[in-house]
Design a protein around this ligand. Structure first.
Ligand code: PEP
Ligand code: MG
Length: 571
């Protein structure tokens, strides 16, 4: 509710309760999402039902094209979310229902609105994870209706100052376009902890509270303090509290700024801090303070094409990345196709369980030339630059596969071959795998999926997929010990590497490098620099002893250096 200085309860006494979605706190004025298009009260009479039906189809497909275009310039989870939305907007059943209504005499905008709403109701009635997808359909509806009514697209506000973004239910397409320099926190009226908003806010490091009914009453300009850990929003917080939050945020940023350059623990153990890269300008990425690239996702070169890129084209792209990073390390991952990353020219046939099927390195069995050509291109690019090039394969399952891959890489004159450890079987045999390769990198996203038998694309299973699960950390420890025994580097390049509270735990388990999105590195660097190796080992023991991910976080927070533990909760 909007309060003036002279009426209503004293500052800070109105606290709205929601659901915690992404950690951290922030205080700033509210800026609400742009309004949704509303159907005019008067429904016009339709002269040409066929034309209306066509217009409805065209609007839905333009909405889908728009999502695809946005997906094309993003990477990782953000691109996946947008591609999923495009698929939903292209659902033939949705188009058929809208077309049928238009043929029956409804104007296109009304027909699309009604058919999207029918679908939304079905999802809401199904409950749980499906109900949380209802926001996706509302977004598709609003965009298509805006197109049909020739109104501006509903979307993100741009007040030009730091703000807390408040929305009914933030659409995934908007969440991935957030300007994280301006958006200090997100509050939504609807949504649950596994909604796209929550997943993406966590990935972006923006505190978020979802499922907060009181958010509906928040007005533009009202100052709120958002506590993403407690799931609360304080309206008109005490100015002293706002100042305190701002001071702590500034202190934290300046503390981060004190540490730059190569990552290390308080007592000087090196932990290389690297970047995860996909599509995008390599020269820009190279400006971030990092020791190089820990994961170059090469899939971006292969997506949305009928044929794979030629060796010459690949060489050129790899060369640009290697040149941008000068003499730094660049770890190129060979094509990770299949399952959640399907490619038109990697037809693995009908699979009932694609995540357990022909994916990652396994596709080389069906399409060996895809892999050999890629390695040839990486080698050609490496010869032309000074970068320290490492090549690694995704989804290796056995020591034999690791040996086979290493032979291919070295056969092209590339000196450093490694593999990703994403399969529990490979983690258990890491010591034998490391007899064949120079390094390993833990893909904790897939490792969690396979360790916990939980589909990584299902938001409803997010707790099982949490890298703080003790079973996942046990496997990280097995790999860490193997690396120590063989004197080889053990990296983490899954989302886990971006969590500053988890970073010392991973190092305590024997991890020697962390690779994450650029925005995550300052906090991770700081967390490592504040703990000795022995402290990291102690934190690892605490995490391993916990019965669940939340208990593990709590135990580690209680024992971590206070500034790092607090930093996990305060922006
Ligand atoms: C992982 O699985 O952790 C990983 C880094 O690979 P991707 O997310 O691309 O499967
Ligand atoms: Mg993976």
């Amino acid at each position: 509710m909007e309060k003036s200085a002279t009426e209503g309860p004293p500052p800070g006494t109105e606290t709205l309760q929601g659901v915690t979605a992404a950690p951290g706190t922030a205080a700033a004025p509210v800026a609400r999402m742009g309004p949704r298009p509303r159907l005019p009260e008067h429904r016009p009479t339709v002269a040409d039902p066929g034309a209306e039906s066509e217009a409805a189809h065209r609007a839905l497909s333009r909405v889908a094209d728009g999502f695809d275009a946005q997906a094309g310039v993003l990477e990782g989870e953000a691109a996946e979310v947008l591609s999923a939305l495009a698929t939903m907007a292209r659902d033939p059943e949705l188009a058929r229902r809208a077309g049928e209504r238009a043929e029956g005499g409804e104007p296109a905008a009304w027909a699309v609105h009604a058919s999207c709403d029918t679908y939304r109701e079905l999802l809401l009635a199904a409950g749980g994870y499906l109900a949380e997808r209802a926001a996706d359909l509302a977004d598709i509806r609003d965009r298509a209706v805006a197109l049909l009514l020739d109104e501006p697209m509903p979307g993100l506000p741009d007040p030009g100052v730091d703000h807390v973004l408040v929305a009914d239910d933030l659409a995934p397409a908007d969440t991935v376009r957030l300007d994280t320099r301006r958006v200090q926190a997100i509050v939504t009226h609807k949504g649950g902890p596994t909604s796209h908003t929550a997943i993406l806010a966590r990935a972006l490091g923006v505190p978020a509270v979802v499922g907060c009914p009181g958010a509906a009453g928040l007005r533009d300009g009202t100052v709120v303090a958002v506590d993403g850990d407690a799931g609360t929003v304080t309206v008109d917080p005490d100015p002293l509290r706002v100042q305190d939050l701002a001071r702590r945020a500034a202190e934290r940023r300046s503390a981060w700024a004190e540490h730059s350059g190569p990552g290390h623990t308080l007592d000087g153990t090196s932990v290389a801090l690297l970047l995860n890269l996909g599509e995008g300008e390599p020269a820009e990425a190279a400006e971030h303070d990092s020791e190089g690239v820990g994961l170059l996702r090469t899939e971006f070169l292969f997506l949305d094409r009928a044929e794979p890129p030629s060796v010459a084209e690949q060489t050129e792209v790899y060369q640009r990345v290697l040149e941008a990073f000068g003499g730094r390390t660049v770890t190129v991952r060979t094509l990770d196709a299949g399952s959640d990353k399907p490619l038109a020219f990697v037809d693995t046939g009908q699979e009932d369980n694609p995540a357990l099927g022909v994916r990652g390195y396994r596709t080389a069995g069906l399409f060996p030339e895809l892999l050999t050509e890629q390695i040839t291109a990486i080698a050609a690019a490496a010869r032309k630059t000074a970068a320290h090039v490492r090549v690694m394969a995704p989804m290796i399952s056995t020591p034999a596969e690791a040996a086979e891959f290493a032979e291919l890489v070295r056969g092209e004159g590339l000196p450093e071959a490694g593999v990703m450890i994403e399969v529990p079987g490979a983690a258990l045999l890491a010591d034998r795998i490391l007899q064949h390769v120079d390094f390993v990198s833990l893909g904790t996203n897939d490792l969690a999926q396979y360790t916990m038998a939980a589909d990584r694309t299902l938001g409803s299973l997010s707790e099982l997929l949490d890298p703080w699960q003790a079973a996942v950390l046990e496997l990280v420890g097995v790999v860490g010990r193997a690396g120590e025994h063989r004197g080889r580097s053990v990296g983490v390049c899954g989302e886990a590497a971006a969590d500053p509270l988890l970073a010392p735990v991973l190092v305590g388990l024997g991890v020697t490098s962390l690779s994450a999105v650029p925005a995550a590195l300052p906090a991770v660097r700081y967390a490592l620099a504040r703990h000795t190796l022995d402290q990291c080992r102690r934190l690892a023991e605490l995490a391993l002893a916990a019965d669940g991910p939340e208990q593990a976080r709590q135990a580690v927070r209680a024992a971590a250096v206070p500034e790092v533990a607090a930093g996990d909760q305060v922006v």
